[in-house]
Design a protein around this ligand. Structure first.
Ligand code: SF4
Ligand code: SF4
Length: 103
């Protein structure tokens, strides 16, 4: 249940064992450099180019924070209330697609 990336994509479900909240990218500050995307571990694979935006799919983000130190403009932040706030469902067009950089 959400233990592997493939399961998380199929079920659209986070690994329930993850304690840290997922992160989100403040798009008003992001300069679309893709540094974070390249540093997200392959087995997590949570960051995508979605049109002109760089986005983090919360169900795929463990909150490992590996993307944080590489962001040149410090625009990646915790998204503690992601389940109540929600995010654009269109972001799910990317995981597992031909635009998925982690497969
Ligand atoms: S916190 Fe970890 S899993 Fe989440 S987007 Fe950053 S590098 Fe990827
Ligand atoms: S590293 Fe920061 S500025 Fe670069 S794409 Fe990621 S969030 Fe945007």
């Amino acid at each position: 249940m959400g233990a592997t990336r493939a399961e998380r994509i199929d079920l659209r479900q986070r690994n329930p064992k993850w304690k840290n909240p997922p992160l989100f990218i403040d798009m008003s500050t992001c300069i679309n450099c893709d540094a974070c995307l390249r540093h997200c571990p392959e087995q997590l694979g949570a960051i995508f180019n979605h049109g002109i935006d760089v986005v983090i799919v919360p169900e795929l983000c463990s909150g490992c924070d590996k993307c944080l130190p590489v962001c040149p403009v410090d625009c990646i932040h915790p998204f503690a209330d992601w389940e109540t706030t929600g995010y654009p469902i269109e972001w799910w067009e990317e995981p597992g697609s031909s635009n998925d950089p982690y497969q």
